[in-house]
Design a binder for this molecule. Sequence first.
Ligand code: ALL
Length: 327
Amino acid sequence: MNQFRKGTRLALAMTICGLLLSCAEPADNAAKSSEEKSENQKPKIALIMKSLANDFFSTMAKGAESHQQEHGDEYELVVNGIKDERDLSRQVALVEEMVASGVDAIVIAPADSKALVPALRRAREAGVVVINIDNKLDQEILEAEKIEIPFVGPDNKLGAKKVGDYLAKKLKAGDEVIVLEGIRTSFNGTQRRLGFEEAMKAADIKIADSQSAQWEMSMANTLALSMLSEHPKVKAILAANDSMALGALAAVKNNGKAGDVLIVGFDNIAAVQQAIKDGQILATADQHGDQLAVYGIEYALNLLKDPHAKLEDRETPVDLVTAEVLK
Ligand code: ALL
């Protein structure tokens, strides 16, 4: 069956599902779709990420593409991303486009833990296998929408705690720090903030201010500049991702405080690795972005083979990266 006809059929199935208000169990639909698929062609998997301007996601895309090239006889891959970290409606539209185009599975790093759930429920109802990577969907909303979507990703609180603990060793009790948070409606952003807070509390270090710079470098730069002038005693900046750590680094230089204010991030992107080697950034967390989508794809392939397999979350590694580790 060609992709267009299959896409049309799925779009029609989605509409009918909506009209009837109740559909067959998603697992049954997935079973049907993979049986039909095995008649003729390889399954098609869509990877849906967030901002491709962020090196974390371009590394993720490269990892997925090279996995597909090595397993070209097993599946086809479509890679998608959005331009702006906050463009939720574009990411929702991508989910809908992928379903309409007839993909068998979606592996998604959601830009928001709540807003994407209804679109993903509709994808499941249309028989598409859905795997959540990187940023976990909100458990309460999943339950309210009566849907199970397995999560593949790291323990973000633990990763942030490792980075925070390392930073704390370079500071002393009573010192002041500031936190640059990710988008507040993303679960991983919240978990990282909690990990930073736990580490600072354990070392008796004061968080003078904590605000969201929405994962973005330029916003982090502006925010860090104003926070530094408001809190001149600050000894360190804890950024929930590396893009924001780079924005903070530019702010510290601009403020004439290079070397006096320590900076930590999260992601281990190439520019931050370099900055760590150069002694400009203290540490980051490697959540192995190049492998994250691959783990999700492998999970999706398993579910396509066995649609009744138990859906379980899978924890992936997150490691502290410092100058010693990079030597
Ligand atoms: C998160 C990732 C990365 C990234 C951020 C920006 O979901 O885990 O830390 O930098 O998204 O979109």
